[in-house]
Design a protein. Sequence first.
Length: 280
Amino acid sequence: MSLEIVAQNRCFDGVQYIYRHASRETGTNMRFAAFVPPQAATQKVPVFWFLSGLTCTEENFTVKAGAQRVAAELGLILIAPDTSPRGEFVPGDPDGSYDFGLGAGFYVDATQAPYAANYRMRSYIETELPALVGENLPADMARQSISGHSMGGHGAITIALRNPGRFRAVSAFAPIASPINCPWGQKALGRYIGADQPAWRTYDSCALIEDGRRLPALLVDQGLADNFLASQLKPELLEAACAAAGIKLTLRRQAGYDHSYYFIASFIEDHLRYHAAALA
């Protein structure tokens, strides 16, 4: 399948691309961002996936995180997908809220009408997009890692748990630790997956760990001035699940930091170096 270049810009001796392609999973055109570092001119290089949060597109991480400088030094391809299908006929939230529908795909494969036809972000991220990246970019697909923010942190951890051995490192910024146990997750899973709550467990990091899925290690940064900390994110649930399962969790509680990209930009270099060490 071919990729259309929407934009390309020289950046730290590499190139920042925005691509568009027709997706068989979502039935729509999808966009993703790819920063290709200078080392990729002569060799295939490792892939760092970043999944963004509610309301975001492929541009939020690309424009706001400031990740390209370090990625160019370390020789990492950065892939930032969109967060949902989009298009004139793609259903959104009938109430018009920000936390469901367009920009809020929650990295699930929906089973409920009218969302099941297009909202297949799990299969898009786990299967379709990696195949496209491997076919079209100078990517060493044997060396992948994954991270994400908020809804994307939930996505990154659950995808890694469901695909053991694929990602050499996993991290997250302010992840939704247990969608089953917070309003954002209950709304999304209820509408996308339906009332069968046991079916929600494959989309909940804590439930997946309780059900036997494992990661070698996990790095999480959480701002203590985050407005969503107590009501939506609940890192203490992830902390307890990892402790019970013997998963090495490094949970850094960062005083004074909120939920914004200022927080991500402050610690993205730490995460990229953590990932690069595992991808070497």
